[in-house]
Design a protein around this ligand. Structure first.
Ligand code: ACO
Length: 383
């Protein structure tokens, strides 16, 4: 690790790095990515192992507090998540006041930002974190039911985080859905300094309140070049299907920069290889659809699209592979989650990652984030 304190106050040449492709904004002990090899690890554990053997509660704990929880630590964490799961009536009303047509990402980001009014931050950062995780789950479920015109379902203290979330959404859950949901949430839980996480660190570095900081992360995630891609992928697959299913036509269009069309769910700033999360989700999509007895033509179209793109010189030369969002929507849809809720599901999974990065930032008393620029405007002139 570099001695950051020794660097404080030093100024020198400004580097211009549009999109921060080669700029390290922090030192972090949370998530490791090797983009060339397609490796992703949380706190040292390979994502493949976590997706197969852990639960989302364990991964939340691991990311935030750094180690796999002991049985006692996990039991205490789960009990705290239950204790804080309720939503103040005024929070529910706040959400109800928004038009039903509001995009779910606008609903959750705005209501999340106002939670400080009802649950102000305390001196105990860890207590605040658990409360936020618990409330966010209930908020997401309520935003879904409200949009559907359904009644609020109270949290059930006998259920685990994922089971209770599904129960608060749908009023029931089954084994196949629970296991798919754990896996998806785990795969989305952290991804080092991506756009939304960098936003969280940026906002958090000003010591803004934790809810405002996380709401900023939700807003950054919303865009179709980031988490919003999962919604855009399904819309693209549906458009291809409605258009007769000719995937080559769309691959050709994506190569034409003038068309303004990109293959959604393809490409990544860091991975120059298959996104390891996409590999797992692709396999899981087959499994989940099988278990639920669903035949979704979008899955066939997605596989064809992947095959044609991966054999195309344009995509090969630029090392463009399917990313985490390419197959995830197919599973969400099989689980009855509406398309405009896909990115909300991503936010639910990413929340512990954002929190862990925010906690790391605050624990090290990081400097306020303040990049520089290269000015290219007019020289001094008289008004
Ligand atoms: N379809 C067609 N061409 C693409 C795609 C794509 N999906 N992605 C990148 N390219 C091309 C670019 O046009 C560029 O070509 P050039 O070198 O001839 O100019 C080259 O590949 C490199 O792309 P950049 O835009 O420089 O890559 P960057 O790292 O800035 O962007 C991003 C990464 C945003 C993910 C991009 O690949 C993209 O827009 N993909 C589609 C949206 C998407 O799936 N986003 C989700 C990402 S995962 C996540 O955030 C959870």
């Amino acid at each position: 690790a570099i001695d950051i304190a020794a660097l404080r106050g030093q100024s020198g040449a400004i580097t211009l790095d549009p999109g921060y492709g080669n700029t390290g904004s922090c030192q972090s002990a949370i998530t490791f990515i090797d983009g060339e090899k397609g490796i992703l690890r949380y706190r040292g554990y390979p994502i493949e192992e976590l997706a197969e053997k852990s639960t989302f509660d364990e991964v939340m704990y691991l990311l935030i507090w750094g180690d796999k929880p002991s049985a006692d630590q996990l039991a205490k964490f789960r009990a705290q998540l239950v204790e804080h799961a309720g939503l103040d009536e005024r929070v529910k009303k706040h959400l109800e006041a928004l038009p039903a047509t509001t995009h779910p990402m606008a609903v959750i980001s705005s209501v999340l930002a106002t939670l400080s009014a009802y649950y102000p931050s305390t001196d105990d950062r860890d207590e605040d974190i658990v409360r936020l995780l618990a409330k966010f789950k209930s908020l997401v479920a309520w935003s879904y039911r409200r949009k559907k015109g359904l009644d609020y379902i109270n949290p059930d203290p006998n259920l685990g985080y994922v089971e209770d979330f599904l129960n608060m959404m749908f009023g029931s859950y089954d084994e196949a859905t629970v296991s798919a949901m754990h896996q998806l949430l785990i795969l989305h839980a952290d991804h080092e300094q991506n756009c939304s996480t960098s936003t969280v660190r940026m906002v958090g570095s000003s010591h803004a309140d934790v809810y405002a900081t996380m709401a900023a992360g939700v807003c950054a995630l919303w865009g179709p070049l980031h988490g919003g891609a999962n919604q855009a992928v399904i819309e693209m697959l549906e458009a291809i299907q409605d258009d007769g299913g000719d995937v080559s036509k769309y691959v050709t269009m994506a190569k034409d920069k003038e068309s303004g069309f990109k293959l959604m769910g393809f490409g990544h700033r860091v991975y120059k290889n298959f996104d390891p999360r996409a590999r797992i989700i692709k396999k899981a999509a087959d499994k989940v659809l099988d278990a639920l007895g669903i035949d979704d033509p979008s899955l066939d179209i997605a596989k064809q699209l992947e095959q044609v793109a991966l054999e195309d010189e344009f995509f090969v030369a630029r090392k463009l592979y399917p990313n985490v969002d390419f197959y995830s929507g197919i599973i969400y849809r099989a689980l009855n989650i509406p398309t405009d809720f896909f990115t909300v599901m991503f936010a639910l999974g990413r929340m512990p990652g954002w929190i862990s990065q925010w906690r790391e930032l605050r624990d090290e008393n990081a400097r306020i984030h303040r990049p520089r620029q290269v000015y290219i405007g007019p020289k001094q002139r008289s008004f």
